[in-house]
Design a protein around this ligand. Structure first.
Ligand SMILES: Cc1cc2nc3c(=O)[nH]c(=O)nc-3n(C[C@H](O)[C@H](O)[C@H](O)COP(=O)(O)O)c2cc1C
Length: 183
């Protein structure tokens, strides 16, 4: 698929199901991520791939966060929230490692990882793999990060959910002229 066609036709899936990406597709998607532009070539991206039963690591950490942060929540509701980790066969947690001392500011490393996520999203689309980019409170919780094997200082940029599109989202139809500001 031509890159402009991929950009124009990409949309978040509204619902994802089995099967998830094959190992070859997953490697191509992660490989697209590490081709993103990155100031200083610091390669700030880190990936945690959760498939099958491993998704429970995120589900459990998410539920634990809810009970800790909002103690009025019932255990059942917290577990239900954690089950969002099961809404796709594969989750790639994409994080920026920003604690390495360097003159390139942390924000530029986070932006580079955002570019990596978009590369991954487009690669998934070109391969016929459905995707959703989510974050939310769990992405900013230190204990969730540590449960996933990340450092508390890492910045989670995306929970990239991957699978078979069950329900399609709409491609964007924004008017370019709405965003052009004349100097
Ligand atoms: C950094 C980032 C975080 C996001 N987090 C969420 C989220 O937590 N929940 C959600 O519903 N959408 C989230 N989105 C938005 C969707 O993934 C999606 O991009 C948006 O709804 C636009 O739809 P589209 O991808 O089809 O253009 C996030 C997008 C970005 C770029």
């Amino acid at each position: 698929m031509n890159v402009l066609t991929a950009i124009k036709t990409r949309a978040s899936a509204a619902a994802l199901g089995e099967p998830g990406p094959t190992p070859e597709q997953l490697e191509a998607i992660l490989g697209a991520g590490i081709c993103a532009p990155d100031h200083g070539r610091l390669s700030p991206w880190r990936f945690v791939v959760l498939t099958g039963a491993d998704r429970k690591i995120l589900a459990d950490a998410w539920a634990e966060m809810r009970l800790r942060v909002s103690p009025e929540t019932s255990k059942a509701d917290a577990e239900k929230e954690g089950q969002k980790a099961m809404r796709a066969p594969t989750i790639v947690v994409v994080a920026a490692r920003v604690n390495v001392p360097h003159k390139v500011p942390a924000i530029e490393r986070v932006v580079a990882v955002g570019a990596a996520v978009q590369n991954m999203f487009l690669a998934a689309h070109a391969l016929g793999v459905g995707a959703m980019w989510k974050t939310g409170e769990a992405a900013y919780d230190d204990k969730v990060k540590v449960a996933l094997g990340l450092a508390a200082t890492d910045q989670i940029v995306a929970f990239l959910y991957l699978g078979t599109t069950l329900s399609k989202g709409k491609p964007r139809e924004d008017k370019l002229s709405d965003y052009i500001i004349k100097a």
